[in-house]
Ligand binder design. Structure first.
Ligand code: CAA
Ligand code: NAD
Length: 297
């Protein structure tokens, strides 16, 4: 099963990174968005990230400035932006990275089932929803997998490759090989809520927010404690800002609805409040902390 051309739908926080690593891996990539301004923003982030990675190569003596620039230009030339889902028709692999809302994702996969070529592999980057339900919506459950990348995609080395009971083993193998080809360490996961990482990580983030709400410690102290006490690169409150408060809330809402008796799945009131106020974290400039672009103030 050969993958040459990859489609990525959604060019936000995650989608732009997936587009970039796929292009860096040598694949032709089509990035599809709903509006030109979102597409432009995603492509601008890719340009910025490629420039940063190029600077680092030069600084570390791994490439000359000329080679680094040429390399970035070649990567960028493999990326095509589009507002038309039809431009995905000849893709070998289509990865969905849109908003964490199951009905919206199912609608998209139903549409893809009607337009993609018969050999295409469908993948979702969902943080929390069942891959099997998207496979069913597409009408091609055997060709559906989860490809769950981590934020920031350019730097995080893991990809969870999720198979359902219906996934064709050859499709799973091709998706895993794609993960390796884009420089990631793939792990195999079953189609369980949150797969491996989020089943552990999101309840932990929720616990930290409850601790903040109770006034047990300040956001800074909770983050400092987990950084210096456990060696995590980032504390749980800053990480919630980094992931997006909206995405974190959508994950927990979906789980609470499906598994009301699971005590680890609980929505902290402070998360609901902040999202209602439009404080979505790094992406909106304010969450639990204030941000300017990618920098925490
Ligand atoms: N592209 C290119 N370069 C980038 C970059 C990007 N997107 N982001 C950062 N960099 C560069 C920086 O410019 C910096 O370069 P220099 O060394 O030349 O200065 C370098 O990478 C390191 O960045 P930082 O200075 O910001 O340093 P850091 O050491 O704090 O690393 C981090 C940042 C990798 C994000 C680290 O803090 C970290 O690992 N945080 C935890 C992230 C995490 O847990 N992610 C998972 C979230 S959960 C998820 O993704 C699943 C889900 O479904 C919700
Ligand atoms: P985001 O809000 O940053 O980006 C979503 C993008 O999708 C937006 O640019 C939006 O315009 C676009 N979009 C929405 N509906 C669309 C449609 N129908 N067609 C095309 N584009 C559409 O969100 P994100 O953080 O990138 O999350 C995307 C997915 O990745 C979600 O399923 C999320 O759970 C998952 N995820 C997020 C993280 C994280 O840390 N944020 C990590 C891993 C996985």
């Amino acid at each position: 099963m050969t993958i040459q051309k990859v489609g990525v739908i959604g060019c936000g926080l995650m989608g732009h990174g997936i587009v970039q690593v796929a292009a860096q891996g040598g694949f032709q990539v089509v990035a599809v968005e709903t509006e030109q301004r979102f597409l432009d923003a995603g492509l601008a982030r890719i340009d910025k990230s490629l420039a940063k990675l190029g600077e680092k190569l030069v600084k570390d003596g791994k490439a000359s400035a000329e080679d680094a620039q040429k390399n970035a230009q070649q990567t960028r030339a493999r990326i095509q932006g589009s507002l038309e889902r039809r431009s995905l028709a000849d893709c070998d692999l289509i990865i969905e990275a849109i908003v964490e809302d199951l009905p919206t994702k199912e609608k998209l996969f139903a549409e893809l089932g009607g337009l993609a070529k018969s050999t295409a592999i469908f993948a979702s980057n969902t943080s929390s929803f069942p891959i099997s339900e998207m496979g069913r919506a597409s009408g091609r459950p055997a060709r559906m997998v989860g490809l769950h990348f981590f934020n920031p995609v350019q730097l995080m080395k893991l990809v969870e490759v999720v198979r359902t009971d219906a996934t064709d083993p050859a499709v799973f193998a091709a998706a895993k090989a794609f993960g390796e080809a884009v420089g990631k360490k793939p792990v195999a996961c079953k189609d369980t809520p949150g797969f491996v990482v989020n089943r552990l990580l999101v309840p932990y983030m929720g616990q930290a927010l409850e601790m903040l709400e109770r006034g047990d410690a300040s956001a800074e102290d909770i983050d400092t404690a987990m950084k210096y006490g456990c060696g995590y690169p980032m504390g749980p409150i800053e990480l919630t800002d980094y992931v997006g408060l909206d995405t974190t809330l959508f994950i927990l809402r979906g789980w609470v609805k499906r598994f009301p008796n699971e005590p680890a799945f609980k929505i902290p009131a402070v998360l609901e409040r902040k999202v209602k106020e439009g404080k979505l974290g790094r992406k909106s400039g304010e969450g639990f902390y204030k941000w300017e672009g990618d920098k925490r103030l």
